[in-house]
Design a protein around this ligand. Structure first.
Ligand SMILES: *Cc1c(COP(=O)(O)O)cnc(C)c1O
Length: 415
């Protein structure tokens, strides 16, 4: 493994597996899990996460056709559902690759039906577009209208040639709140809708409704399958959900190293805008990560990091690639000391939820936003089993090319 000397995220696949088992133990009535790995598995890396959770899931869910295809090209063979809208012009790819689109209009369904039928004619083997219907029970995002008209449309879609309605689902807007009244209204509407579609003659094998919040707290909604997202990654959907039901372990930690240590005198300012001004001599350490890596700029002057097991508060604004922290109270801080931005050091821990609270951000967003410049290091049984580094290829090309470059130091005037 390459040594990462600036910043890296550590992904604990043992914690991922622990979280899958903890959720599985909480499922009702033999429900199976769909692993939601959209946005590159909430920033954790879709392929390694999908491989790790494969024994625990019936299939996967992503947001785009590219995300689905990426999993397949990396050897994932279980069914993949696209939760968002896929343009009808891409129907042929969906059918060819067996990727399940979310459908809720006749236009989408006809395009898929035609693609399946055309494929069947071309290859002389019947092709089938397996689809999942979405029903809008209260999110007002996507889905069939949750009424008699919607139920008729669902059944009509099911009768199109080349279409197999494998699943029918809806999505909760407020299952993560203490008050479950809204979620339970959505659940009732969904059940009513299923009764109406069945009366119209449509029978669907897979019903799925529950997100992480409902996996943890609404056992009655588990039905055939549940869609586990944030909880795979060891975070609760909100601090209102009953954490004792499913004990989750944090998966991601974020690490860097001190690049500069110095004393600044009283009156000296730190970072853009001079929003921090030292009142007395202050020991400042520089950390080489910034909002360009997805570290939230709204932690400027508010957040902290762990160095030598102690809290070092952020001084002034977080820059694109660096920021400064106060290490006056931490003895012996040196260049190359490890810095923990998320995770444990000694007895202290910084969670993603803490960063969200401190900066006024959202924990889902913080992990999704950890950028391409941050390599991911995967651990299993406490050992490094792989890395994901968007710049590996470029780095190797660069090393090869730079050897050919004219790099004579004597060009410098005065040498
Ligand atoms: C993202 C998403 C999920 C997962 O939600 P979590 O709160 O992360 O568990 C489930 N279903 C749909 C439709 C989604 O878009």
């Amino acid at each position: 493994m390459k040594q990462y000397t600036r910043v890296y995220a550590r992904i604990d696949l043992d914690a991922v597996i622990h979280n899958m088992q903890a959720m599985q133990a909480n499922l009702t009535g033999g429900a199976r899990m769909i692993g939601v790995v959209k946005t590159d598995a909430y920033g954790h890396g879709a392929v390694p996460v999908a491989q790790a959770i494969d024994p625990y899931v019936a299939g996967y869910a992503v947001a785009t056709i590219e995300e689905a295809r990426n999993l397949q090209l990396h050897g994932i063979t279980k069914p993949i559902l696209i939760l968002g809208v896929t343009h009808p012009s891409r129907s042929r790819e969906l059918v060819e690759y067996g990727i399940r689109p979310t459908v809720f209009t006749m236009e989408q369904a006809r395009a898929l039906s035609e693609a399946a039928e055309a494929g069947a004619r071309g290859s002389q083997t019947p092709l089938c577009a397996k689809i999942h219907l979405a029903v809008d029970t209260g999110m007002s995002r996507i889905g069939l209208p949750c009424d008699a008209e919607g139920a008729r449309l669902a059944a009509e879609i099911g009768r199109l040639p080349g279409i197999f309605v494998e699943g029918i689902f809806t999505h909760f807007a407020r299952a993560d709140e203490t008050d479950k009244a809204s979620a339970l209204r959505q659940w009732e509407r969904y059940r009513q809708f299923i009764r109406m579609t069945e009366a119209e003659g449509l029978k669907v094998p897979v019903h799925h409704v529950a997100n992480s919040a409902a996996i943890i707290e609404l056992g009655q909604t588990h039905w055939d399958m549940v869609r586990a997202g944030i909880s795979i990654y060891g975070m609760y959907p909100s601090d209102e959900v009953a954490q004792e039901n499913v004990k989750l372990e944090p998966v991601l930690s974020l690490h860097s190293y001190v690049t500069c240590v110095k004393d600044i005198p009283a009156g000296a300012e730190v970072s853009y805008g001079g929003t921090f001004k030292a009142e007395s001599t202050t020991k400042v350490a520089t950390v080489p990560i910034g909002y360009g890596d997805g570290y939230p700029r709204n932690l400027s002057g508010r957040g902290s990091v762990l160095i030598r097991g102690k809290r070092a508060p952020i001084l002034g604004r977080v820059c694109m690639d660096q920021f400064m922290v106060d290490v006056t109270e931490i003895p012996d801080v040196r260049v190359d000391d490890p810095v923990t931005l998320i995770g444990c050091d000694g007895d202290d821990r910084i969670t993603v939820e803490e960063l969200a609270r401190t900066g006024g951000g959202f924990h889902y967003e913080i992990v999704c936003d950890i950028g391409k410049r941050v390599p991911r290091v995967y651990l299993r049984d406490g050992r490094v089993v792989g890395t994901k580094d968007y710049f590996t290829d470029m780095y190797e090309d660069f090393v090869a090319d730079s050897a050919k470059e004219d790099n004579d130091c004597r060009q410098q005037p005065g040498k």
